[in-house]
Design a protein around this ligand. Structure first.
Ligand SMILES: C[S@@+](CC[C@H](N)C(=O)[O-])C[C@H]1O[C@@H](n2cnc3c(N)ncnc32)[C@H](O)[C@@H]1O
Length: 396
């Protein structure tokens, strides 16, 4: 499924218009079903139920020409449809855990709608797999619109181009959605839209595809806050202030925090660097005395309240904090390297087509995340080399 230009299109032309009246939103849910759904059932589940109902109606559905074109189970490659064996290929990436979380959420949502579906003879045969496909159709094809989350028939047949500037627009006066071309197209050329500046991690989980060299790739890294005696509570307190989303373990002994790194562009240490919060985190983590922590807190209070945002005055400590990050990233790179190498060895008895496609996707995902880690490591290396020349030796 793709849309192609049937005639010349100039940048600025309207490619398509879809009136609000034919879009599918939660108010299209049959009243008899709606009446039985609890308030806890979310919009995605409601749209999924509408799709399933319309599918059952087959040619009697007003949306039949659209519904019959939607992807079927075997054609979808989102990681939520991968086998455990296939998922194992991306264990290194955060997508692995996100996939498990998403599957658990869909299972929970399905369990909540099953009692309602069972009230209708036409719907009681709907399986978890049917629901998961419909759910995926909604998450991968629906837009937030003035009518709430909506499926916009045929607009969702446009594929994603990471560098396209075309997005879906809503004209509330004319009550229609439209797409404006951001470039010229010749007849027969495929027309594209942008789904957003999305990394392969999101494309794979939410849409079931990857781009070979995605400029929006990013990687999630996880830093533990190891128990280190009397300083631990104070560090944890400061770090919680620094990054409120920190996951604190019940016994507070092995808490952790996650950070997103995007590609660090300049190999010379110029340009966009690592996230400030990550560097601040490492500075706090590497403090060795209560006084250092007090100094950091005082310095933050005197400036803008943001903790450990500027380089530590003592170059040696600044060096140590960044070396800590560098060694964490190097370790992670080694694991990615091994995972990519082992992709060449993973085989499936039949080497079925879906498996080869998914293995390629796993490769795109892991190599993209490794590229980001490598850029971060180069940046850190350069930063540390620069710091080294300013350190006063000997130190104890
Ligand atoms: C909203 S639909 C776009 C139209 C699509 N081809 C379809 O299946 O109807 C989103 C799906 O299209 C596919 N897709 C979109 N952009 C793509 C791209 N650049 N490369 C490969 N597949 C893409 C993915 O399967 C995704 O789940």
């Amino acid at each position: 499924r793709s849309l192609f230009a049937s005639e010349n299109i100039q940048s600025g032309d309207c490619i398509l218009k879809v009136p609000y009246s034919v879009q599918i939103a939660s108010d299209n849910l049959l009243p008899k079903i709606k009446a039985l759904l609890s308030d806890k059932i979310g919009t995605i589940s409601k749209l999924a139920i509408i799709l399933l109902v319309e599918q059952k109606m087959d040619q009697d559905s007003g949306w039949a020409p659209y519904i019959c074109c939607l992807p079927r189970h075997g054609e979808i490659h989102s990681t939520i449809f991968w086998s455990d064996y296939e998922l194992d290929m991306i264990r290194q990436s955060s997508v692995y855990q996100e996939t498990l979380n998403q599957k658990a959420k869909i299972e929970k949502d399905f369990a909540a709608v099953v009692p309602v579906l069972q009230q209708f003879p036409d719907l009681e045969s709907i399986t978890f797999q049917d629901f998961m496909c419909a759910y995926f159709s909604v998450t991968s094809r629906a837009w937030e619109s003035p009518k709430g989350l909506s499926l916009i028939p045929f607009t969702d047949f446009m594929n994603h181009d990471g560098v396209s500037k075309s997005i879906l627009l809503f004209d509330d006066d004319k009550k229609l959605s439209e797409v404006i071309a951001d470039r010229n197209y010749a007849p027969g050329e495929e027309v594209f839209i942008s789904y957003g500046k999305l990394p392969n991690a999101s494309l794979l989980l939410d849409f079931g595809f990857t781009l070979p060299c995605n400029i929006h790739d990013q990687v999630q890294i996880q830093l533990n806050i190891p128990y280190d005696g009397i300083l631990h509570e104070k560090k944890l307190e400061l770090l919680q202030h620094l990054t409120p989303k920190i996951k604190v373990a019940i016994d507070r002994n092995c808490s952790e925090d996650t950070f997103i790194i995007k590609e660090v562009r300049s190999p010379l240490g110029k340009g966009k660097g690592l996230p400030q919060a990550l560097r601040a985190f490492a500075r706090v983590l590497c403090c060795n005395s209560p006084q250092e922590l007090i100094d950091l807190a005082m310095e933050a209070a005197q400036i803008d309240g943001r903790l450990a945002r500027s380089p530590l005055k003592d170059s040696w400590k600044e060096f140590k904090a960044h070396q800590f990050l560098l060694s964490h990233i190097t370790h992670s790179m080694q694991k990615y390297d091994a995972a990519i190498k082992s992709l060449a060895l993973v085989n499936c008895p039949s080497m079925s087509n879906p498996f080869t496609i998914r293995r390629q996707m796993a490769h795109d995902l892991l190599t993209g995340e490794l590229r980001v880690l490598r850029s971060a490591s180069t940046w850190l290396n350069n930063y540390c080399v620069g710091l080294k020349s300013t350190i006063n030796y000997p130190r104890h």
